[in-house]
Design a protein around this ligand. Structure first.
Ligand code: NAP
Ligand code: GDD
Length: 370
């Protein structure tokens, strides 16, 4: 029995990777993360952990088997959390082959890297599966027994990931599991996912930095939780006596329209929605005088998908009973409020920084600073 606590996280720079790193460091793990080279700085979410004695980074890529084999050989992890993915559903329609390589074959590469290093009976593996597997849903709400019906290149790639994990569990008796996670958001969420796009826009519009927010399908329904609460489940899944798959969700459903209303309200703007489909608009009915009566939200075909998943709603009963996890730790209202508060401060700080830049430019021009 290996008593070391050594975690390897792929996708460490992402939303979940950053929260999971903090969580595991707190639990006493040595945490190793795989990063890929980029021409711009993308390590913002983990910058505060760099230099921590329990936090280590290695270059690698989900498309490069050799790099994965080498990192696994160096680290000899006791747990792997495979979070790396091209995770944007709409982008998967534009880059389907890349998405398949990273999100499908990438999972196989991780499993084979473990086997190549003869760690298949020492290292437990968590796979970041997704509620997108339910896609064009066949049942509401969805649980571990609901049939899958993937409805995007992303979901089809993730379906391969789900099944190859199950296959290696059965074929080689490996401890590998999927967490079927429903949407989880946070102040670290990528800025093109709908919740963060909305909270940032609400903050910018409230502070006079943006005129309007353009969205796609306002009627789409999601089960949105808080990412910080969800990483605990990833760990709990790997601490069970037997490898099993779990649905992780709040059990509550809201539309994109409801999220938009709540986010603008938290930013001090009350909206009324009028019209239908492409003609629907969000009009300011209460808030700063200069915004009242203005159209602040409009629908644009640019944000519609060739096939869209519109009715996700998870049943977290198994996670509640077997993992002892609390799906209501952070409510929908608290999630919206955390994100809007963060973005109000971020936008205000951007404003200060841009004033400082303007002043600096002026001072440089006048020769006041060298
Ligand atoms: P995210 O913020 O988009 O992070 C994705 C991570 O994957 C980033 O660290 C990214 O690195 C890395 N990555 C992408 N391509 C890679 C490659 N070729 N090689 C190495 N690393 C690569 O995603 P997230 O929201 O944290 O989600 C984490 C995982 O959970 C993903 O697999 C996602 O599909 C899945 N999931 C997410 C949700 C959700 O609601 N958030 C729900 C269900 C499942 P860079 O920083 O270099 O781009
Ligand atoms: N991104 C985006 N932008 N989505 C919009 C917009 C918009 O302007 N307007 C409406 N939507 C709708 C989408 O059509 C979709 O139905 C819903 O809002 C949520 O979209 P995203 O926030 O992009 O997330 P997602 O549900 O497609 O995918 C996320 O959750 C999955 C779990 O269910 C990602 O994190 C995936 O990686 C994850 O697997």
């Amino acid at each position: 029995m290996d008593n070391r606590k050594v975690a390897l996280i792929t996708g460490v720079t992402g939303q979940d990777g950053s929260y999971l790193s903090e969580f595991l460091i707190e639990k006493g793990y040595q945490v190793h993360g795989i990063i890929r080279r980029s021409s711009v700085d993308y390590r913002e979410r983990i910058a505060h952990l760099e230099g921590h004695p329990q936090f280590h980074l290695h270059y690698g890529d989900m498309g490069d088997s050799m790099s994965l084999v080498k990192v696994v050989a160096t680290v000899r992890p006791t747990e792997i959390y495979n979070l790396a993915a091209q995770s944007h559903v709409q982008v998967s329609f534009d880059a389907p082959e890349f998405t398949a390589d990273v999100d499908a074959t990438g999972v196989l590469r991780v499993l084979e890297a473990v086997r190549a290093n003869h760690l298949e009976h020492e290292c437990r593996i968590y796979q970041a599966s997704t509620s997108e597997l339910y896609g064009k849903v066949e049942e509401v709400p969805q649980n571990e027994n609901t049939p899958f019906h993937p409805y995007s290149p992303y979901a089809v790639a993730k379906l391969y990931g789900f099944w190859i994990i199950k296959e290696y569990r059965e074929a080689y008796n490996m401890f590998c599991c999927s967490g079927i996670l429903f949407n989880h958001e946070s102040e670290r969420r990528g800025e093109t996912f709908v919740t963060r796009k909305i909270t940032l826009a609400a903050a910018r519009i409230a502070q006079g930095k943006q005129e309007k927010l353009l969205l796609g399908n306002l009627s789409s329904l999601r089960d949105w939780g808080y990412a910080k609460d969800y990483v605990e489940c990833m760990w709990l899944i790997l601490q069970q006596p037997e490898p099993e798959d779990f649905v992780i969700a709040t059990g509550e459903q809201h539309s994109v329209r409801e999220f938009t209303y709540a986010a603008f309200k938290a930013a001090g703007i009350e909206l009324r929605f009028e019209g239908e489909d492409m003609e629907e608009k969000g009009i300011c009915v209460k808030g700063p005088a200069e915004l009242v009566g203005k159209v602040l939200v409009e629908v644009s075909p640019d944000f519609y998908r060739p096939t869209d998943v519109v009715n996700l709603w998870g049943d977290p009963t198994k996670a509640k009973t077997k993992l002892g996890w609390n799906p209501s730790k952070t409510t929908f209202e608290q999630l919206v409020s955390i994100m809007v508060k963060h973005d109000m401060e971020k936008v205000a700080a951007e404003h200060v920084a841009s004033v400082m830049r303007t002043n600096l430019a002026e001072y440089l021009e006048k020769g006041l600073v060298k």
